[in-house]
Design a protein around this ligand. Structure first.
Ligand SMILES: Nc1ncnc2c1ncn2[C@@H]1O[C@H](COP(=O)(O)OP(=O)(O)O)[C@@H](O)[C@H]1O
Ligand SMILES: [Mg+2]
Length: 260
């Protein structure tokens, strides 16, 4: 029986979909079978982040309505043989019930090692549907006070679901500003949320550049390196957290800080 992990946040735009997709690639590249589920019915974009939007024919609501089999709705990523996507297009219409969604996730867990759910922003039905079908959660936040406050609210709500594991990923960390003491550090964020840190991911222009051409960030990027550490944390229980400030330490780092 595979593990089902919901990637959630509270605030939108903090990098949930990007992290879900890249984490899926990192875990799949490590040899496990991964299904990514876009639970953001209507505002789905996991297909775009993965660069496979033209391959989407059926989605999760088509499966629920019996218009196709689950296996027909799963898209195998062309460049990553262990990675599959179950999309959720706006045009398929209709809202999926909590029970049907849970049934689809349960079926996926029979054949995949990991099911990662990209949760919609906010705390509406879509959030509860995704969390109730999962047994672990990753709360993504940036170091901004607004994102951390929303993550805190989400953390409280998740508490009532008694998930097996809940951790935080701090995304878009500007190491130069952390060293100058101008933004919250990863430790500060974890302290406010009272949650274990599963990962820290730097703000990286490579993500924006890759997203513009519809592909996942380059495997040599800082972003991918940070997400690979999160994958090892999840798969092997390692505790290494990417140091977003390393680039700005020492004499070279000093000039990098000045240059930003
Ligand atoms: N670590 C990062 N560094 C730079 N840009 C990022 C990073 N993570 C995400 N982004 C960018 O931030 C925007 C929002 O990301 P997205 O994954 O769509 O957020 P969400 O799913 O939480 O709404 C996108 O343009 C994405 O490319
Ligand atoms: Mg998203």
């Amino acid at each position: 029986m595979g593990r089902c992990i919901v990637v959630t946040s509270g605030k939108g735009g903090v990098g949930k979909s990007t992290i879900t997709a890249t984490l899926g690639v990192a875990i799949a590249e490590a040899g496990a079978r991964v299904a990514l589920v876009d639970a953001d019915v209507g505002l789905n974009n996991l297909d775009l982040v993965l660069g496979i939007e033209s391959m989407v024919c059926y989605d999760v609501t088509d499966v629920e309505k019996g218009r196709c089999r689950l296996s027909e709705a799963l898209i195998n990523h062309p460049f990553c043989e262990n990675l599959f996507l179950l999309s959720s297009r706006a045009l398929s219409g209709g809202n999926i019930s909590m029970k049907s969604f849970a049934e689809v996730i349960s079926a996926l867990r029979q054949t995949f090692d990991y099911v990662l759910i990209d949760c919609p922003a906010g705390i509406d039905d879509g959030f509860h549907r995704a969390v109730s079908a999962s047994d672990e959660a990753l709360i993504v936040t940036t170091p901004s006070p607004a994102a951390v406050r929303d993550a805190d609210r989400v953390s409280d709500l998740i508490g009532s679901y008694r998930l097996r594991r809940v951790g935080v990923i701090v995304n878009m960390v500007r190491g130069d500003l952390v060293l100058k003491g101008e933004v919250m550090s990863v430790g500060d964020v974890a302290g406010v949320l009272r949650l274990p840190v599963v990962g820290s991911v730097p703000e990286d222009d490579e993500v924006l550049l890759s997203a513009t051409v519809g592909k996942i960030s380059d495997s040599k990027s800082r972003h991918y390196a940070a997400v690979c550490m999160i994958a090892s944390h999840i798969m092997l229980g390692t505790n290494e957290i990417y140091d977003c400030t390393a680039k700005y330490r020492g004499i070279v780092g000093f000039f990098r800080k000045l240059a930003r």
